[in-house]
Design a binder for this molecule. Sequence first.
Ligand SMILES: [Zn+2]
Ligand SMILES: [Zn+2]
Length: 315
Amino acid sequence: MKSGICGTDISIVKGHLPTPLPIVPGHEFSGIVYGLGDKVDKDLFFKRVTCEINTNICGICYFCENGIPTNCIQRQALGIDVDGAFVQYIVVDDYLIHEIPDSLSFEHAALLEPLAAAVNTYELMPFTPSDNIVVIYGAGKMGQLIAQVTKQYSSLFKHKVGDPPMVVVVSRTDEKLAIAKKNGADLIINSKKEDPVAKIMEITNNIGADIVVECTGNPKIMDQVVKSTRTRGKIALKSTHGLPTPINITDIVVREIALYGTRCGPFEKAKLFLASDLINLDDLITKRVGLSNINQGLEDAEDSTNIKVIIDNQK
Ligand SMILES: [Zn+2]
Ligand SMILES: [Zn+2]
């Protein structure tokens, strides 16, 4: 098994995100099927797979019947509500499994879950040809993935979104900004050195960005996020830090800004991006540790220069 450390795992370990205790975190993973329950398709044995995170789906509640089982009323998230992936072997329900092609490494497959979450930004929030400037606050794993997905979206769905928009990435870390730039961001802003709101206003003739995505994990960022958004623009929220978040509701109401919260997304669509070689995942893996060094891995994941720490669950 290989697994990835996510900001959510850090929030759990720090006690910011309430969970049942004790709990094994970890919800981004891949591996080989090593054993099967009695009623499971025997063909799954020894298959290379990755796994969705919403388990304990009932199939009969309002949300299940309306085609959104990921919001099932009795849903439990692996590694958040029930034990997750920072183990050598994990037992999961068969309906969560996605087979992966031999061409996809286990490390990349472990990133399919966050890539699907990045893709989901544009499943729930409309993304149209008139969205010409997209600003992404945060250049961690999610910010990097959304920046790449935003830039590449029209390669797969040009009929829906037209030409790629200008993508602006805001972060406090030059190393992360350089990676965003290398992978297609048109403009990078180091918010330690430059006021991002002033810069965004400058490049948009004081209008603001059509779409602003928040994935910093920092609850104090919302003021800048709202100020960067144009009147009647859209804000996508991706952080799950579990902390109280000050936000100027009046500005949102007066300027008629729409807020969208989105999380886990469609694995099959995420696979399309990978199959078409549209997303560079290698640049995002900045550290590897064995499971026996998980605490070191969690510390590394908090280091602002690291984007993604991958765990080898067998080491
Ligand atoms: Zn995650
Ligand atoms: Zn249900």
